[in-house]
Design a protein around this ligand. Structure first.
Ligand code: SF4
Ligand code: SF4
Length: 154
């Protein structure tokens, strides 16, 4: 499920419109409230959820921390340096946790054009460009060995 906006919370400030990399958060001209114009194109990147000062946007959490059928709300508090997450499950349970805001200095990420061209061998690799170095993982990404797989699957 992509993002959706609680109209009674939204004040139409437009921060979500400015930050959305998919350009799908728009302000409704009649109601002056934000809405997701193309849910199918939502990356679920959470940029708008974190940027919203009114805490007006809910989104789906990734399956690695919350299964289907729930909503996720995130509150970004710059002064405290934290993002507070609230996950609401369909059965009424709620889980709250807090994570630090991770900041990357502006301009510190090189553009692909600044990086060395991958070799022909690297182009055939399953790893993305500049992995695992860019992930700061020594010895490569962890992979399953054949003896860790179920029998007959190999
Ligand atoms: Fe745009 Fe990301 Fe928000 Fe989806 S989650 S509406 S892609 S900013
Ligand atoms: Fe509304 Fe929040 Fe978007 Fe501002 S950032 S327009 S309050 S949904």
């Amino acid at each position: 499920m992509p993002t959706f906006v609680y109209m009674t919370r939204c004040d139409g400030c437009g921060h979500c419109v400015d930050i959305c990399p998919s350009d799908i958060m728009h302000i409704d001209k009649t109601y002056r409230r934000a809405y997701n114009i193309e849910p199918n194109m939502c990356w679920e990147c959470y940029s708008c959820v974190k940027a919203c000062p009114q805490n007006a946007i809910d989104a789906r959490g990734y399956a690695d921390f919350a299964p289907l059928g729930h909503s996720v709300r995130a509150l970004r508090e710059e002064a405290k340096g934290t993002i507070s997450w609230k996950i609401k499950f369909r059965d009424g349970r709620e889980k709250d946790f807090v994570s630090p805001i991770r900041t990357t200095e502006w301009g510190s990420i090189p553009s692909p054009a600044d990086l060395e061209r991958p070799s022909a061998e690297a182009m055939k690799s399953q790893e993305l460009a500049h992995e695992p170095d860019a992930l700061k993982i020594s010895g490569g990404l962890p992979t399953l060995r054949p003896d860790q797989l179920k029998r007959e699957v190999v």
